[in-house]
Design a protein around this ligand. Structure first.
Ligand SMILES: NC(=O)c1ccc[n+]([C@@H]2O[C@H](COP(=O)([O-])OP(=O)(O)OC[C@H]3O[C@@H](n4cnc5c(N)ncnc54)[C@H](OP(=O)(O)O)[C@@H]3O)[C@@H](O)[C@H]2O)c1
Length: 208
C-alpha cells in the first residue's frame, strides 16, 4: 500500500483513511512500515490502520518500531511508543529495529556539506532494511507473539567510525561533538543498541 499509485500495490492514506478498508479487503496479514515524522500524526495513522485491521478481521498485524523508544525521549519516539500501545488492540507482533543504514547515510551526506564534519559522539548498530524485511516476513508467517526480540545490525560502531567509511576517499576532517539534552544522553547510554541481538548480516561497508 502507498499513497501513490504504482505497479503491485493499492493506493490508500492512513492519515485521511481513504482507501484503507478497500486495501485490507481479503487480507490476512499486514506488515506496517508506514510512518510520518510528526509523532501525533503517526499515532493517528496507526489508529486508522488498527481500526481497519479489526474491521477486516485480519489474523496478524506486524508493526515496526525502534529499539529504545521507551527510554529515549524524542517527539518522534514518543509517537512510536504510543503507536505500539495502539497496535496491542489487535493480534500483533512488534519488531523494534536499530537505525537503518540509509538513515545514517542520509545524515552523513548532510553533515559532509562542510569541510569540517561534525559527528555526534554516539554509537549506532546500523541494520540493512533487507535484513529487517526478511525478519518481518518471517514474523508475519508465524502467529502473533506480541513484542518480538529486538533486531539489530551486525556491529555496534562509533558514529565517527561509520562517517569515516562513508567519507572514504574524500578530504574531510571529522570532529566529534557532544549533543546536549536528555535524549542524546540516553543515546550515549546505549539505549538505541541491542548488542545481544546483532542479527542483521549486512554491514555498513557492505551496504555502502
Ligand atoms: N529509518 C530508521 O532508521 C528506522 C529504524 C528503526 C525502525 N524504523 C521504522 O521502520 C518504519 C519505516 O521507516 P523508514 O525510515 O523506512 O520510513 P520512510 O522511508 O519514511 O517510509 C515511510 C513509509 O510510510 C508511508 N506513509 C507515510 N505516510 C503515509 C500515509 N499517510 N498513509 C500511508 N502510508 C504512508 C510512505 O509511503 P508512500 O510515501 O509511498 O505513501 C513511506 O513508504 C517506520 O515505522 C520507522 O519508525 C525506522
Amino acid at each position: 500500500m502507498s499513497r501513490r499509485p504504482g505497479p503491485g500495490h493499492v493506493v490508500a492514506d492512513l492519515v485521511t483513511g481513504s482507501g484503507v478498508d478497500a486495501a485490507l479487503d481479503g487480507v490476512d496479514t499486514v506488515i506496517n512500515c508506514a510512518t510520518t515524522l510528526r509523532g501525533k500524526r503517526d499515532v493517528t495513522a496507526t489508529k486508522t490502520l488498527v481500526d481497519a485491521v479489526r474491521r477486516a478481521g485480519c489474523r496478524h498485524l506486524v508493526h515496526v518500531s525502534i529499539v529504545g523508544v521507551d527510554r529515549i525521549r524524542f517527539g518522534y519516539y514518543n509517537g512510536k511508543l504510543a503507536s505500539e500501545e495502539v497496535v496491542r488492540a489487535v493480534p500483533h507482533t512488534i519488531l523494534r529495529a536499530t537505525q537503518f543504514h540509509d538513515l545514517l547515510r542520509r545524515v552523513f551526506s548532510g553533515l559532509a556539506k562542510l569541510p569540517l564534519v561534525l559527528v555526534p559522539d554516539l554509537r549506532f548498530q546500523p541494520v540493512d532494511v533487507r535484513d529487517v524485511a526478511a525478519r518481518l516476513v518471517e514474523l508475519a508467517l508465524g502467529d502473533p507473539i506480541g513484542r518480538a526480540p529486538d533486531f539489530g545490525g551486525p556491529e555496534v560502531r562509533e558514529a565517527a567510525d561509520l562517517a569515516r567509511s562513508y567519507l572514504a576517499g574524500r578530504r574531510r576532517r571529522i570532529v566529534p561533538i557532544r549533543l546536549p539534552g536528555k535524549a542524546f544522553r540516553a543515546y550515549r547510554a546505549g539505549f538505541n543498541l541491542t548488542p545481544e541481538h546483532a542479527d542483521g548480516r549486512i554491514t555498513f561497508e557492505e551496504y555502502l
